[in-house]
Write a protein that binds this ligand. Structure first.
Ligand code: SF4
Length: 299
């Protein structure tokens, strides 16, 4: 099947993008592996590809479509959604916007395209602090992740930040007990966690990083052992790129079932039948694109 995928990929001028949380087989067959925005940007830079297959969740494929509207963007399983993104609904965000007309809506990229279209500026977990610090308003509505919002609040106390009440159920599973046990078991290890983890976990960790930040930190740090507080899929890339270092997940069972919906079989079917295509209206694309482009002005 992998051979067939490679053949179809060449014939149809396809690029395969895989998020850091995808299963190892998908990561290994992809042209690029990274976080959602890195991948969407990469897709827009490649001029000769006609089709993008995004192995990730729906908002990521939508982001690729927003940045590459001329390309056909496919998601191998339409049910691969992100519960965190779904916690910020268009109508609710609109109501909040009307309630605080002087505030800017700062949305994490983990939002659906319709919400991005009414967002003032997007951010990633890697640049949320910078974006919030640099936007030209004092009051901000930050959505949808309340833990990332807590993290930003600590870093930018001069702003008035209203946190949306969303959370990622995978990152919420990390807890203080696990962290203390890991510290006892691996006293020399560096414990790094994602800002979607609960504040109590963030406070006890050695560092707080986005997935791309973790990749960078693992390369640059002198530590030989790392305990990783994010979705377990990232361990594949960390181990592959740092064979002289050891990586362990913080606790067990930190798996996003939505990310794991993409399988080699579904990727093959997606390439063969060119399904499932992501379609967004021109209006949504234009407005959502502005909120993504504006992010670059503030980092
Ligand atoms: S890990 Fe969390 S934020 Fe990422 S796709 Fe899964 S539910 Fe969404």
């Amino acid at each position: 099947m992998i051979e067939e995928i490679l053949k179809l990929k060449k014939e149809k001028k396809v690029i395969i993008l895989a998020h850091n949380y995808q299963i190892p087989e998908i990561q290994d067959i992809a042209d690029f592996v990274g976080d959602s925005l890195e991948l969407a940007k990469k897709a827009s830079e490649i001029k000769d590809a006609k089709i993008i297959v995004f192995c990730g969740v729906k908002f990521m494929a939508e982001t690729a479509k927003i940045l590459s509207p001329e390309k056909k963007v496919l998601l191998p399983d339409l049910d691969a959604g992100c519960p965190l993104a779904d916690m910020a609904k268009y109508q609710d965000v609109l109501e909040m916007k009307n309630k605080y007309p002087d505030a800017w809506i700062v949305s994490y990229v983990n939002t659906n395209a319709d919400v991005k279209s009414i967002t003032d500026v997007c951010c990633t977990s890697a640049n949320a602090e910078k974006v919030v610090r640099n936007v030209p308003v004092k009051r901000i509505i930050f959505l949808p992740d309340k833990n990332l919002c807590w993290y930003v609040k600590q870093k930018v106390p001069e702003k008035e930040i209203i946190c949306w009440e969303g959370y990622c159920f995978v990152h919420r599973k990390f807890n203080v007990d696990e962290l203390k046990k890991a510290r006892e078991k691996y006293p020399t290890a560096e414990i790094i966690v994602h800002p979607e983890c609960d504040p109590d976990v963030q406070k006890l960790a050695d560092g707080i990083y986005s997935t791309s930040g973790m990749i960078k930190r693992a390369k640059e740090s002198n530590s030989k052992i790392f305990i990783i507080g994010t979705e377990e899929g990232l361990l594949h890339r960390l181990k592959k790129e740092n064979p002289d270092k050891e990586f362990y997940s913080l606790g067990t069972g930190k798996i996003c079932p939505n990310m794991k919906k993409i399988t080699i079989e579904k990727l093959y079917q997606s390439l063969k039948e060119e399904k499932y295509e992501i379609n967004l209206s021109y209006d949504i694309i234009e407005k959502a694109k502005k909120s993504l482009e504006r992010m670059l002005e503030y980092i």
